[in-house]
Write a protein that binds this ligand. Structure first.
Ligand code: TXA
Ligand code: MG
Length: 360
């Protein structure tokens, strides 16, 4: 199959996408978070094409995307009060709410669960396309399962070329990390996946919430609900990724020493780091082995760069990629969640004068 990329600014491109969706096909489209791979969310057969194109395990449910809140009655049985508050305040926008589904939602969307994830994207192209298709659109991120989510049409093409008929191109995504997923069906709401809407913003509106641990360890961790998809390895670049962690006062000095030593051993390593770190480090890494995420002063911009960074070394693959760690407040929680997942929990921590290997 030939994969076309069409500029989403052309109204006939949106019409063509909507036609493909109505006829049961799949289309990649932009959202404010990452590019999605959409299909008619009321058709099991159409949704199966998503799983096939991505190579996604069938027990990992899909989010249903609506063009506006009035569509919600077509797929959801009831909306609990806290979920209503969240939807009113944060949608359209980068939030997904887990709700009891109704019988029209096929098992192919929910992996057999009694709930369904609902999201109303704020991206104008996404909403126009869904409105034109006039059905809820099931859409995961438009990457091969396990890879970093695509934040540009080119990244979608890298993964799905020849597997899907059409990619709508609207340039880079605004947030660059996926939506925050909140399960508000139980007593205490749970953030199943941190995202662009922060824990702080959510708690200011509906009170205390729990957050699913990135890697559940003990019984208490395991008692907090998780999204089925979060048990899989995610966002992985082709080279192994390791998070570097050291106290702020020795960071530049110790990372410089560490990288010099590693390079001295002849190891082909790459570094993903903030502008501040790259500026202060005294290591002569070639430019093909460095990716700047931008200033630490702007964690939103860093989050928006992350998936591009994780894909940057996929053509000319180094032996290992090291990445800086960031504070977990605000969008930092989503940023570190994705970095930890991408690294498979591997980090090097500088403690008491030595670098220690830690696997979370
Ligand atoms: O920003 C986003 O949410 C993007 C764009 C395209 O909208 N979509 C996205 O979808 O990230 P995906 O499929 O890559 O991630 C959806 C996550 C998975 O971890 C899945 O397990 C979880 O949502 N999920 C879906 N339905 C669920 C449900 N009923 N209960 C719990 N978790 C659910
Ligand atoms: Mg995904």
């Amino acid at each position: 199959m030939q994969t076309k990329i069409l500029p989403a600014s052309d109204p006939s491109a949106i019409e063509e996408a909507a036609r493909i969706l109505r006829e049961g096909g799949v289309v990649a489209f932009p959202t404010e978070t990452v590019y999605g791979l959409g299909a008619n969310g009321l058709s099991a057969e159409s949704c199966r094409k998503i799983y096939k194109a991505k190579g996604r395990p069938s027990d990992n449910p899909l989010i249903l995307h609506l063009s506006n809140l009035s569509m919600i009655g077509r797929v959801v049985r009831e909306v609990p009060l806290k979920a209503q508050d969240l939807l009113r305040k944060f949608t359209p926008g980068p939030l997904t709410v887990i709700l009891p589904r109704n019988r029209d939602v096929p098992d192919a969307v929910t992996g057999g669960l009694s709930t369904v994830g609902i999201r109303i994207p704020s991206h104008e192209i996404a909403r126009k396309m869904i409105a034109a298709a006039n059905v809820p659109i099931a859409a995961p991120s438009a990457n091969i399962a396990g890879r970093p989510s695509p934040t540009t049409a080119e990244a979608v093409k890298r993964d799905l070329d020849g597997r899907i008929p059409l990619i709508l191109d609207a340039g880079p995504c605004q947030w660059g990390v996926e939506s925050t997923i909140v399960d508000a069906t139980g007593e205490i709401p749970v953030i199943l996946r941190p995202g662009a809407i922060t824990r702080e913003e959510i708690e200011a509106l509906i009170g205390p919430v729990q957050v699913s641990p990135t890697f559940p360890r003990d019984a208490a961790d395991k008692a907090v609900p998780r999204a089925p998809g979060m048990k899989y390895r995610h966002y992985a670049p082709k080279a192994p990724l390791t998070v570097l962690e050291a106290p702020a006062d020795v960071w530049f000095e110790e990372v410089t020493k560490f990288l010099r030593e590693t390079r001295g051993q002849g190891k082909d390593v790459a570094l993903i780091a903030s502008e501040e770190t790259l500026h202060a480090l005294d290591v002569d890494l070639p430019s093909s082995r460095v990716y700047s995420l931008g200033s630490r002063e702007n964690l939103e911009a860093i989050a928006a760069e992350l998936y591009r960074a994780l894909r940057f070394f996929d053509d000319d693959i180094p032996e290992e990629i090291f990445i800086e760690s960031f504070p977990e407040g605000g969008i930092g929680l989503a940023l570190m969640n994705r970095i930890r997942k991408a690294s498979g929990g591997r980090s090097l921590q500088f403690n008491d004068g030595i670098w220690e290997e830690v696997v979370l």
